[in-house]
Each structure stands twice: as structure tokens, then as C-alpha cells.
Design a protein around this ligand. Sequence first.
Ligand SMILES: Cc1cc2nc3c(=O)[nH]c(=O)nc-3n(C[C@H](O)[C@H](O)[C@H](O)COP(=O)(O)O)c2cc1C
Length: 195
Amino acid sequence: MDIGGSKDTSERKFLLAEDLEVKEPFHLFDKWFKIVNNDPRTDKANAMCLSTVSKDGDPSARFVLMKGYSKEGFVFFTHYTSRKGQQMEESPKVALTFYWEYYSRSVRVEGTAEKLPFSAADSYFSTRPYESQIGSSASDQREDFLVKPSSIEFWQGQTDRLHDRIRFRKPKANEPDGYLTHQAEDGWIYERLSP
Ligand SMILES: Cc1cc2nc3c(=O)[nH]c(=O)nc-3n(C[C@H](O)[C@H](O)[C@H](O)COP(=O)(O)O)c2cc1C
């Protein structure tokens, strides 16, 4: 798989499912994120669009900054009294979308948001610079949320418009079939999607 940073994507190889060397989505995310995050040509690599729905099914989306990720999922913080905070209480199914223009890459996450225990949020705030802590008193009602993914899709743009898409998700009955869906690691399967 190509990990280069050339603007000219014509030399990039397709990210074919058969050639996919990383068969665990967080491992692949880590690989991609470290590349874009260490490249000054990508500003705010951790910015992600968070999509939520109200209890009536009305969607809304806005950017938040990812604070961290692990095999558990993706963490961000926000005020739980905010619109998104309310919506995640009402309907915890959410989507996250990253876009890294320079690399012509995007990652789409679908999953369930849950509030992290206060202690987890607390340890984050104690590591923040002094200035950042000023706005983070206990009365500030900020909470950390963890998005636990049920699917993670990796999109690699190509100059010939045959964009490459690999989606990791949890298997349904009789999956993987070894044809359209393939075994990945840690209980994931993956499939190649048509552009
Ligand atoms: C690049 C960027 C990063 C942002 N990061 C956060 C964040 O980490 N947490 C947050 O609550 N709002 C963040 N915001 C503001 C949100 O996009 C949004 O305006 C705000 O949280 C209110 O959203 P809501 O009314 O849907 O709850 C960010 C905005 C931008 C443009």
C-alpha cells in the first residue's frame, strides 16, 4: 500500500482488498493518521465531521476535534448540554468523517456514541496546558464521548476517478463469504466497495 505524500496520485497503487496488508481497521487508521498528522501540509488532521440525528430522525453535522483513538474507538469532547450532546443522548448512533485533502483520503466511521466515565475525562483535563484548563472547570459541563465503530471505511482517491474503498465491518450471518467479504482481524471482516 502506498504511504507516500506525493500530490501526484498517478503513481499511487490501488488499495486493493487482496493486497491489503493491514487487516485491522484501527491499525490501518493509525497508519494513515500518523502520516497525515505528521505532515504540515495537513492542517488539523484530527478534525472530523460528527453527524447525529434527533429523536425525530432529523440529521445534523458539525466538526469536532478527535482527542484520541484506540481499539475502543474515537474520543472527542463537547458540552453534553449542546445540541449534539442532547442528540447523542436521544439516539446514540452517530457517524464521523475525516478528510485529508492533500492525501486524497477519507475515513468514514459509523457507530454508537457513549459518554466516558468522568475519571477518563478528568485525566485528560489534567494533562492539558494551563490555559486550556481555565475553561474546563467542573461546572463547565464538558464530557468526553467515545464513538465505538460498527464500520470503518477507508477511501483513497485516485486521479483516474476509480476511487478505492475498503470497508471494515462486523460480520452478518454467513459472512465472510471469501468472495465479496473477507476475514480481517479482531472480529472484523472487510469488503471492497465500488466507487
Ligand atoms: C475545526 C473545528 C473543530 C471543532 N472542535 C470542537 C470540539 O472538539 N468540540 C466541540 O464541542 N465543538 C467543536 N467545534 C465547534 C462545533 O463544530 C459546533 O459548532 C459546536 O460544538 C456546537 O455544535 P452543536 O450545536 O451541534 O452541539 C469545532 C469546530 C471546528 C470548525
